[in-house]
Design a protein around this ligand. Structure first.
Ligand SMILES: [Zn+2]
Ligand SMILES: [Zn+2]
Length: 98
């Protein structure tokens, strides 16, 4: 069984996104951003893969000991100059048509 890592931070702004956070969003590769960055900066385009985002599922508390959430911060603020092309190409196309 492949597990989500449940990464602890927004990759762009560093905001804490612990398991259970209402603000965590992921793409199909589990690139992880806060909802504010996804809506206001990324416009639902993942800067790494071009895909869209969905809210990250919550791992049930009874399983956290056996399957602990990730603890290693993965923070790589988006280079808006590099991202501009990918954003323009995808922002007006629904994720299931990209
Ligand atoms: Zn963020
Ligand atoms: Zn991605």
């Amino acid at each position: 069984m492949a597990l989500l890592e449940i990464r602890p931070n927004c990759e762009n702004c560093g905001k804490a996104l612990p398991n259970g956070s209402d603000h965590a969003m992921i793409c199909s590769f589990e690139c992880t951003f806060c909802d504010q960055c996804v809506h206001e900066i990324l416009h639902n385009v993942c800067p790494n893969c071009g895909g869209g985002f969905v809210p990250r599922p919550v791992r049930p508390s009874a399983l956290l000991e056996k399957y602990p959430p990730g603890t290693v911060p993965h923070i790589a603020p988006v280079d808006m100059t590099k991202f501009a092309k990918l954003l323009e190409k995808n922002r007006n196309i629904p994720p299931n048509e990209r």
